[in-house]
Design a protein around this ligand. Structure first.
Ligand SMILES: [Zn+2]
Length: 208
């Protein structure tokens, strides 16, 4: 599977990531600091240790506008660290050191963090959130759509490789919103093909 053209293409992309990353400034209501202590006073590791994949449902600009909008109410506050557009654009909305509001009530491998004793826990304190732009035929609540572009899988692999290196995140700690959601309402990213990601991570030297 590891053809040389793919390896070369991805390594070139990876080297160009710092120039390619578009940083945007979003509204401060939509993200926060990673907590150093939970609601019960237990110390927390602020280094992210897992990645949650999502999809935007509406276009890239719609997601960016939402993140730039001031949201005084907790339930409206939302963000991802990185958005990947259909053409492979990479937009960083929240610095990885900060806490993005990508998931509500959620857990990964039985682990969550409770930051408010009145609410259920979430993975947000130790997660990195990344969202893929949904194709036009997916702008609904149907179960599937035509899927993501090769440019999106390429960009995804390169961003993940960077995070896995920087934060020592193992491949098995890359998961989906569908998998971590405990509210039984999130099924994203729909039509995601793990194999397309695995081929690329393998080409970049990461075993899956
Ligand atoms: Zn999601």
């Amino acid at each position: 599977m590891n053809d040389r053209a793919l390896v070369q293409r991805l390594n070139t992309l990876r080297q160009g990531l710092p120039q390619r990353l578009q940083r945007i400034r979003i509204d401060a209501s939509n993200f926060g600091e990673r907590f150093r202590e939970d609601a019960f006073g237990n110390p927390l590791d602020v280094i992210p240790s897992m990645v949650v994949l999502h999809e935007t449902v509406y276009g890239l600009n719609s997601a960016i506008n939402t993140f730039m909008t001031h949201h005084p109410n907790d339930e409206d506050q939302v963000s991802y660290h990185v958005l990947i557009g259909e053409k492979g654009q990479i937009v960083q909305a929240v610095d990885p050191s900060k806490r993005a509001f990508g998931a509500g009530n959620s857990a990964f491998n039985g682990r969550w963090v409770v930051t408010n004793a009145k609410l259920s826990g979430s993975v947000n304190n130790f997660a990195l959130h990344l969202s893929l732009e949904t194709p036009l035929d997916g702008e609904d609540d149907g179960p599937a759509h035509s899927g993501y572009t090769a440019a999106q899988y390429d960009a995804l692999a390169v961003v993940l490789a960077d995070w896995m290196d920087r934060f020592a995140i193992p491949p098995e700690h890359i998961t989906t919103h569908r998998h971590v959601d405990l509210g039984l309402e999130r099924a994203d990213p729909r039509s995601f093909e793990w194999q397309k990601l695995q081929i690329r991570l393998a080409a970049l030297g990461f075993l899956c």
